[in-house]
Design a protein around this ligand. Structure first.
Ligand SMILES: [Zn+2]
Length: 501
């Protein structure tokens, strides 16, 4: 405000001086004599001053025009001039504005608008690094794969952005399911930046996806160094990859080579159940049982898993249940008996029709730590001992409501499956854990796990809320148990005996 007042005052003073000067000159007497080519010309002093000012202005304009012409010629010939600098600067300002509009629209969730602005920014900023990156990011959000790759290909030309461009193209190839190209590019990406763990992990996952087991083992070495992976974890990961490689060799008919790799894997990770099962298969195919028998015993000590027992069964053909029970003593008579060893003993007793021993062994487990499997075994032991259908039915009912038995569960996503090296749900590598699924008693009260056939009986008064794990008084209900249901339960009991008999 004050500045404007000063400006106005200054303008008034200068105008006043000019007007005063003009009046003063106009009022002056006398004239200026000019002699032009022998002719005398007389003009007033005022007119002379005006002519003089006019000549000065003319000269200035001629100079300015001359300078502009030179600048235009240099501009057109490609030289950097004030003119070109002006245009470049103006273009940059507009480009940066477009870029900032793109980012604002992108963060507001309007990707289409953002793409429009970033496209203009790319044009104005002559595809500079930032405009290409932002345009690529917006295109990724919109799922415009072609545009994403187009941007990243341009970024490949710049040394500083080559790595990020390669990673971007790899991501797009993965999205479109072109894993082979993604794998080739991912290798290049790791070559460019060998310590970038994100690139290494991408390469590792792609190698798993493409069954490149040897390559994955090499990448695992890099992962180990950068992630400072624990030795035990590394050995386990490597053993899993080795068994996968062995399976591939076996499928191609190279059984001996497969055996060598599988054996090395199991030796470096002795509690690797799936690896041991596969090794047993190979050893049996090649007629060598002794070595694998020892490895199975060692594994049972470390990790008593039903699949180890199954592999142990496979070592001898046509065995009587009694002989099997005797042979299995190397497993069942181990010093520290966990639940799984006790369950194995019960299964062997049931197969040998020694129901009273089975019942004795299972009773404690059922009391201390019941789950659907131990309760089903109890039902089988009762059935074999000649208990009434109502008693058998009581145990089976408890089994329905009890926590589920151990299974392989992905620690990342909770998916339950047979053992696999890569979770089919979340693609996690070596994420399966052998544990019980989470138990929700309230869900069980809602009878969500009751088979339809039992649910029907519930409506007939066969079930009650109190008839869960601790229910004892159920003698009057077997009248309601249809013959079909009895048969169904018996079949399920046999099925769940883990193929021991
Ligand atoms: Zn998972």
């Amino acid at each position: 405000m004050v500045r404007s007042i000063f400006k106005g005052l200054f303008f008034l003073i200068v105008s006043g001086f000019c007007a005063f000067g003009a009046i003063f000159l106009a009022g002056m007497s006398g004239s200026v004599q000019l002699n032009l080519n022998g002719k005398e010309l007389s003009i007033s002093i005022f007119a002379a001053v005006i002519v003089l000012i006019g000549i000065v202005f003319f000269i200035l304009i001629v100079f300015a025009f001359f300078n502009v012409t030179i600048a235009v010629i240099r501009f057109l010939s490609g030289d950097e001039t004030a003119l070109s600098r002006y245009f470049i600067k103006s273009r940059q300002i507009k480009g940066n504005q477009a870029l900032s509009n793109a980012l604002i629209a992108f963060n507001e969730g309007d990707s289409a608008e953002a793409l429009l602005h970033s496209g203009r920014a790319k044009y104005l900023l002559k595809n500079n690094m930032l405009s290409l990156l932002i345009n690529a990011q917006i295109a990724q959000q919109l799922g415009n794969s072609k545009l994403v790759i187009e941007n990243f290909k341009k970024l490949l030309r710049n040394k500083n952005t080559r790595s990020i461009a390669l990673s971007g193209i790899v991501s797009e190839k993965i999205k479109t399911g072109d894993y082979q190209s993604a794998l080739i590019l991912s290798k290049k990406s790791v070559e460019l930046k060998p310590k970038n763990i994100r690139n290494i992990n991408t390469l590792f996952n792609l190698q798993l996806q493409e069954s490149d087991w040897v390559g994955a083992r090499q990448t695992l070495q890099s992962k180990r160094k950068i992630e400072k992976m624990h030795r035990t974890t590394f050995l386990r990961h490597e053993a899993i990859l080795m068994v996968a490689e062995a399976k591939e060799k076996r499928s191609k008919g190279f059984t001996k080579e497969a055996l060598g790799v599988a054996l090395a894997a199991v030796r470096q990770y002795p509690s690797f159940v799936a690896g041991l099962s596969f090794l047993t298969e190979l050893e049996l195919a090649l007629g060598n049982k002794k070595r694998v028998e020892k490895l199975l015993q060692k594994c049972w000590r470390l990790f008593p898993h039903p699949d180890i027992a199954k592999s142990f069964i496979a070592l001898v053909d046509n065995e009587t249940p009694e002989d099997r029970r005797t042979r299995f003593q190397v497993l069942t008579k181990m010093k520290e008996k966990g639940s799984q060893t006790k369950i194995l003993e019960v299964e062997l007793c049931l197969a040998a029709k020694d129901f009273s021993s089975a019942k004795k062994l299972i009773s404690k487990l059922v009391k201390d730590d019941p789950d659907n499997y131990t309760l089903t075994l109890m039902a089988a032991a009762e059935k074999g001992s000649g208990a009434s259908d109502s008693v058998v039915q009581k145990w089976l009912t408890k089994a329905v409501y009890a926590p589920k038995s151990f299974t392989w569960i992905c620690k990342n996503c909770g998916f339950q499956t047979e053992w696999v090296s890569v979770c089919p749900e979340c693609d996690g590598f070596d994420t399966l854990e052998w544990r019980r699924p989470p138990f929700y008693p309230s869900n069980n009260k809602a009878h969500s796990q009751i088979p339809l056939i039992l649910e029907a009986d519930e409506n007939n008064g066969f079930f009650s809320e109190t008839d869960q794990v601790d229910s004892e008084n159920r003698h009057d209900s077997d009248e309601n148990l249809s013959e079909g249901l009895k048969e169904e339960l018996e079949i399920s009991t046999v099925r769940q005996a883990r193929e021991i008999s």
